[in-house]
Design a protein around this ligand. Structure first.
Ligand code: HEM
Ligand code: HEM
Length: 219
């Protein structure tokens, strides 16, 4: 297979397979989670200030007192790379074009230099998080294969997209094909790993918040 055939494959059948697995996997996991149900709580509900699903959704989005100082890399790095990913995917011109082709919807993007800056910041934040995970004994001890693996499948699309645009290492066509392939790996892995937090994070905070609110505990 030459590089053009590789690019044609990842853009065509490869993308179809990846999007198919992503959609089926996502529907399946959501079905699995939301049909679990919840045992009937016979106790009379209690009330406490600041105890509700919505309170927990907001409270857990900010560091608890003192934690920002103890774990600055996790909080600051985490926010930077998530915002960076969103900026790249939703405000980068090539990606907006892709969304426009798929849905007919489009909006103005940011200049290439700004997207380039967001890309470098995203990679720097993710590398800092990785180093922190390796250097902090507790974090390292708690990390499983899945943590390293999901880090890598998130990092690769950003790295290969950037390398394609910068014309680094490999011919452009090959790097672009690798970029799209790495996105396909991300799509396939997402429903079956902790990356599924994209869909479950706020729901699970709400669930924990409201279950504890019934007991009168703000969590
Ligand atoms: C609705 C959008 C999203 C929200 C609200 C969100 C929120 C979060 C939160 C709160 C964490 C920290 C979890 C913890 O420390 O226990 C986290 C970690 C992570 N997220 Fe997201 N996320 C979102 C989308 C994404 C997407 C689209 C990706 C990748 C494609 C992603 C990749 C990651 C990775 C790799 C980590 C682990 C970082 C590490 O500790 O090494 N997230 N996310
Ligand atoms: C199927 C989905 C995707 C396709 C088809 C795609 C395609 C492309 C294309 C055509 C380029 C531009 C190359 C150029 O301007 O010469 C690009 C750049 C880039 N992509 Fe993607 N992309 C996809 C998803 C993603 C995702 C999910 C991420 C991040 C997680 C990402 C990160 C990047 C980055 C960082 C760049 C370089 C941005 C810049 O410096 O301008 N891409 N992508």
């Amino acid at each position: 297979m030459n590089e053009l055939q590789f690019l044609t494959w990842v853009r065509g059948p490869g993308l179809d397979i990846a999007v198919g697995i992503f959609l089926l996997g996502t529907v399946w996991r959501l079905f699995e989670i939301y049909t679990l149900g919840r045992g009937k709580d016979l106790a009379a509900p209690r009330r406490a200030a600041g105890a509700s699903g919505l309170h927990t959704v907001f409270r857990r989005s900010l560091p608890p007192p003192g934690m920002l100082k103890r774990s600055p890399v996790s909080y600051i790095g985490g926010y930077i790379f998530h915002i960076g990913l969103a900026v790249i995917v939703f405000l980068g011109a090539p990606h907006i074009m892709l969304i426009a082709n798929l849905t007919g919807l489009s909006w103005p993007g940011l200049p290439a230099q700004i997207i380039g800056l967001a890309t470098v910041m995203t990679m720097a934040a993710m590398l800092a998080m990785l180093v922190d995970r390796i250097n902090k004994p507790a974090k390292r001890f708690l990390s499983t294969f899945e943590d390293w693996f999901t880090w890598a499948v998130t990092f690769l699309p950003v790295l290969t997209g950037w390398m394609a645009v910068q014309h680094l290492l490999l011919p452009y066509t090959t790097m672009l094909a690798l970029h799209i392939l790495s996105v396909e790996i991300l799509l396939i892995v997402l429903p079956f790993t902790k990356l599924f937090h994209v869909f479950t994070l706020f729901g699970s905070r709400w669930y924990n918040g409201s279950a504890n609110a019934r007991k009168g505990v703000p969590v």
